[in-house]
Design a protein around this ligand. Sequence first.
Ligand SMILES: NC(=O)c1ccc[n+]([C@@H]2O[C@H](COP(=O)([O-])OP(=O)(O)OC[C@H]3O[C@@H](n4cnc5c(N)ncnc54)[C@H](OP(=O)(O)O)[C@@H]3O)[C@@H](O)[C@H]2O)c1
Length: 473
Amino acid sequence: MKKNNLSDFGLIGLAVMGSNLARNVESRGFSVSVYNRSFDKTEHFLQEFKGNFKGFESLQKFVKSLNRPRKIMIMVAAGDPVDAVIQSLLPFLQKGDIIIDGGNSYYKDTQRREAALKEKGILFMGCGVSGGEEGALHGPSLMPGGSKEAWKAVKPILSKIAARDFSGGACVAHIGNDAAGHYVKMVHNGIEYAVMQFMAETYEILRTVYKLSSGDIAKIFQKYNKGKLQSFLFEIAVPVLTKKDDIDKKSPYLVYHILDKASQKGTGKWASLDALDRGVTISTITEAVFARFTSSEKDLRVSLSQMYASKKKIKAVSRKKFEKHLENALYAAMISSYAQGYHLISKTAKEEGWKIDMKEVSRIWEGGCIIRAELLHVLNQAYQKTKNRSQHLFALPSIAGIMKKNIQDLRFLVGNMSENGVSLPAFSSALYYYEYMTAAHMPANFIQGLRDYFGAHTYERDDKPGIYHTQWE
Ligand SMILES: NC(=O)c1ccc[n+]([C@@H]2O[C@H](COP(=O)([O-])OP(=O)(O)OC[C@H]3O[C@@H](n4cnc5c(N)ncnc54)[C@H](OP(=O)(O)O)[C@@H]3O)[C@@H](O)[C@H]2O)c1
């Protein structure tokens, strides 16, 4: 904090995220200049929030109001608006100034922007921000990637505004070069899709097989939230499931009237497409994306449901016993989905030349972000004991212990509920991922034989090196 009339930090984009982040930075003792394309939002912001803020209608004056090296965070809609803002800033910036894109930008855009700005001597960081509106104001989880020099300059500010981890440290770390931060945020969102799909499948089992009301299901989430499944998403399940309906007073819960079509903004799809390109399995995340697509086919589903009678639901075990199976199955499935996301990050990091420490990623996800959970601390501690911080989660001894203890419950859940006609795309794929990843043998030998038969695609043998082709008939 320099003692002159210039601001410590600049923020462009005063929608929900930007205005809350600006307030967060200011509340930690920094002076903040703000700018928004439509000036009325800037005026409104300055009227509503009193403090060490300066607002500008002219971008040039905004830039001039900042201490050097200038630290400017952009919080605008992802895509072309980010390029538009960067282009309009360029004439006023000087070498060594820093731009931080805190939006949900596609990581390849971040790579392109970082390379182009480096040539001009401008330091660019792509920074994943998670925690929504509340997080932005009180402490988000921050995933900055890009120039190390820029990181050194912004670290004092980002460390103060970030959420706290389980040991009281700041939920922020330099993730890696160029787009590493935005990549990690994309996978974070993918895991978020998977966790929410597990929760939705849990809800559906309890609603249809055990015939529980939304209020009773909320009690189960509340109970789970006190144990190993403690997490922000389980915590908010309770108000979402118990909120009364203001419009239909006869309906006990609002959730009964919410249309069963889930939307998305695309980060889960990006993660899935990238995993397909890189040849890495993140089937649970992708199943969660597909489940949202299928949910959107409401009219077709309704008409087909009239042709296909639904299967009669049969309870296999008492509710009390089932709740225990379900808790353990959820735990194993969650770890499986994290293992998939972490493996994607580690493989990409290797290909892109980023050095990503998965212990640090787990630590900065302990607080502030949407997937914050007790489990993240377990993952953090599991990596603590190894020097190889990009190892597959299943290879860590403490995680292997947890998986072995809980996997039978996941097998039971998938088998039993499939018989009951409940769709479990996320639970099933989490189980199959585990089964295949921990299997010394897969039936891919048969696939190779078939491919060689119809297309002379050749195969390798398990007893001798070389490439083989067989005349099968
Ligand atoms: N909402 C969340 O919970 C959340 C969480 C994490 C990350 N994010 C990410 O954070 C970023 C900001 O999110 P948000 O929800 O606060 O805002 P948003 O609705 O995504 O974007 C609105 C902001 O972008 C500005 N903008 C749009 N087009 C522009 C252009 N061509 N040039 C200059 N400015 C332009 C708008 O300015 P005007 O007022 O002039 O239109 C406004 O300030 C997004 O990338 C979002 O994905 C959001």
